[in-house]
Design a protein around this ligand. Structure first.
Ligand SMILES: Cc1cc2nc3c(=O)[nH]c(=O)nc-3n(C[C@H](O)[C@H](O)[C@H](O)COP(=O)(O)OP(=O)(O)OC[C@H]3O[C@@H](n4cnc5c(N)ncnc54)[C@H](O)[C@@H]3O)c2cc1C
Length: 427
């Protein structure tokens, strides 16, 4: 029998914008105490950290996705709205619906959490890349390709890209991977392992791979890549229009295909510009938050009297707001979830009777959960990896040391697999 939903007058309404890792953590935390509505521009969840393996081994993709409707409404008993958030004022969000009779809907809220993530290719206008479905109207308008807001078309896109890799492999093509952070290293190793006839070049403007990560990890990964024939070139800035660039990396005739895994680009098109950073990755546009994860303007004023929060990849990691009270935050899954938990904690806290602003103290919230990784794993092809537990942000980058490698563990790896926490940390 269907569970009867009895509306309680005392329960308030939380609107969660974006159902990625941070959004889903918020839903789990709030669903019993509030009416929760979740808005997402696509009809399915996709586990981004595993997406690299999906392109080289498409059946893996099936393990990374689920349809929102079924999980959110039937299992978690919250409301799901399939549409793109296009505007947000202090009391309601405007959503462009993907289906239904009304093209737009306005959804009022008592509290709102923005967890709409970001895009990943900072060299393209809207950050469009294979690593995240193209969902925003502005980016879709430039592409005649498949509408990836639908599960079926996302599947076809993955298969199409995979087919192209097969063809490139048959032609023994030269491939360039730009960005030797943990994502670029993983992608270079995936290509090399699954398509051994490709010649894979990896380049970065930094002097070594894994940028801010510990030296020991960089050495391990570099050694793996060299011994598997991946050609690495560092200290070179990517400039696809410069002959000099291609000469320097050893590809005077260019590459058959270039993949960019470097940086990120904001997609906070619906957020008040006063609450967006002027600087930061991809030219800024990141949502400014205070230490309660409340959205603030650059002068420190709380949006929506403090009832609007943001967490995860969409928030600023620049230090420009005078009221900025958090250090730069990494754009990875575990901190995204923890930031969402902190926002929820403040939403649940007592509020001043005359004011919607939360006043919960957060001093006891462990800073390392917001700033550090629970663990970071760089997988190297199918059978090797480099595991860095409990990384923290230090003055020179992340501090931590390698605890295990695939040689010790003998595991079948896939990119991103053990990194992200699925259960909420705080009750
Ligand atoms: C190739 C790659 C590999 C990675 N590997 C790892 C890893 O190994 N470990 C790790 O911890 N992290 C990894 N990451 C980073 C990780 O995926 C992100 O940090 C994490 O997904 C951030 O979660 P989030 O909830 O903030 O955003 P997301 O998970 O991106 O979720 C945002 C959600 O908002 C929705 N949305 C966006 N805009 C709108 C809108 N206007 N209206 C409605 N809905 C909207 C999107 O559809 C999406 O569902 C990787 C990223 C990439 C690209």
């Amino acid at each position: 029998m269907e569970e009867e939903v009895v509306l309680e007058a005392s329960k308030r309404h939380v609107l969660v914008l974006g159902a990625g890792m941070a959004g889903l953590a918020a839903v789990r935390e709030l669903r019993r105490s509030f009416y929760v509505t979740v808005v997402d521009a696509k009809e399915y969840f996709e586990f981004t950290p595993g997406i690299l393996r999906a392109y080289v081994k498409p059946d893996h993709w099936e393990t990374l996705v689920f349809p929102y409707q079924e999980v959110l409404e039937s299992r978690l008993k919250v409301s799901f709205v399939w549409g793109e958030v296009v505007a947000l004022n202090y009391h309601c969000a405007k959503v462009q619906m993907v289906q239904g009779e009304e093209p737009e809907e306005e959804i009022p809220f008592h509290f709102c959490i923005i967890t709409t993530g970001c895009n990943f290719d900072q060299l393209s206008e809207y950050g469009v890349s294979p690593w995240f479905p193209v969902i925003h109207e502005c980016a879709r308008a430039q592409r005649s390709a498949m509408d990836e807001r639908y599960l079926e078309f996302r599947r076809r896109r993955i298969l199409q890209e995979h087919q192209q890799l097969i063809e490139l492999n048959n032609k023994r093509a030269h491939i360039l991977v730009v960005g030797a952070g943990y994502q670029g290293v993983q992608w270079a190793c995936e290509l090399r392992y699954f398509f051994p006839s490709l010649t894979v070049f990896l380049t970065d403007f930094m002097p070594r791979c894994l940028g801010p990560l510990p030296e020991e990890a960089a050495q391990y990964c570099e050694e793996y890549m060299r011994s598997h024939g991946i050609l690495t070139k560092y200290n070179i800035k990517y400039d696809r229009n410069s002959d000099g660039f291609w000469q320097r990396i050893g590809l005077p005739h260019g590459a058959a295909k270039t993949y960019v895994l470097s940086g990120a680009k904001h997609s906070n098109y619906f957020v008040d510009e006063a609450a967006q950073s002027q600087r930061g990755p991809g030219g800024g546009g990141w949502i400014l938050v205070n230490k309660f994860m409340q959205v603030v303007t650059s002068s420190g004023e709380r949006l929506g009297e403090g009832a609007i929060f943001a967490a995860g990849d969409c928030v600023s990691s620049s230090n420009e707001a005078p009221k900025w009270e958090l250090p730069p935050l990494p754009k990875t899954g575990f901190p995204a979830e923890q930031q969402a938990m902190l926002a929820c904690r403040n939403i649940k806290a007592p509020v001043l009777p005359t004011h919607r602003m939360c006043r919960a103290p957060v001093g006891d919230f462990p800073k390392r959960y917001l700033e550090g990784h629970d663990a970071l794993v760089a997988s190297l092809g199918r059978w090797d990896l480099c595991h860095l537990p409990g990384l923290l942000v230090g003055t020179e980058g992340f501090e931590g040391s390698v605890s295990a490698t695939g040689k010790d563990l003998h595991v079948d790896t896939f990119p991103g697999s053990p990194v992200v926490s699925i259960a909420p940390m705080f009750e």
